[in-house]
Design a binder for this molecule. Structure first.
Ligand code: IMP
Ligand code: MG
Length: 175
């Protein structure tokens, strides 16, 4: 693993925590008086989802799903497979799917399609980062932290070669 490439910070830990608080307030207001089921997509969203749910003040359950997209490099192949499904029944529940980033949108599209078949009352999506330039579907996330151009980023749950998920800020490698 290349460790000595130069890092360029896009969002500091402080930028991130402010944004997550803001999202938490908006989501709490939107779901006031309701119960929420947050579905966190592993592994990328584990940090964002854990920060976000602590900023949400409506009654909330947490579920996890794992997806895999084969033919991996730095991007999805287009073939998204569900490796681990949620455990509990979401019939009639208000569901919020949380991911680290929306890139092509194929992962979120697949997950929403899958979860809709379980008859929730409502289903929305929330991502920390959105790269709309890369979209290969018509999907738009309902809640977005930061919109970014087409750059490969790491940190705050996002990986490069399975490293850097633990870095508390979001950065890119300058060539
Ligand atoms: P999508 O299905 O193309 O929207 O891709 C979603 C998944 O691709 C994310 O959950 C990430 O795991 C991965 N991904 C997309 N862009 C980046 C990036 O810039 N850095 C790290 N992972 C990324
Ligand atoms: Mg992912």
């Amino acid at each position: 693993m290349e460790m000595n490439k130069k890092q360029r910070v896009l969002f500091s830990a402080d930028d991130i925590s402010k944004k997550v608080k803001e999202l938490g307030q908006i989501i709490s207001a939107d779901y006031e008086g309701k119960e929420l089921v947050v579905v966190s997509l592993l592994r990328g969203s584990f940090i964002f989802a854990s920060d976000l749910v602590r900023e949400i003040n409506v009654l909330t359950q947490i579920e996890f799903m794992t997806t895999a997209s084969y033919g991996h490099g730095e991007e999805t192949s287009g073939q998204v497979n569900i490796v681990t499904d949620i455990k509990d029944d979401i019939t009639g529940k208000d569901v919020l799917v949380v991911d680290d980033i929306m890139d092509t949108g194929l992962t979120m599209e697949k997950i929403l399609e899958h979860l809709k078949q379980k008859n929730p009352n409502s289903i929305k999506s929330c991502v920390m980062l959105d790269k709309p330039e890369r979209r290969k579907t018509h999907i738009t996330p309902d809640y977005v932290g930061f919109t970014i151009p087409d750059v490969f980023i790491v940190g705050y749950g996002l990986n490069y070669g399975d490293y850097y998920r633990n870095i508390p800020y979001i950065f890119t490698f300058d060539e």
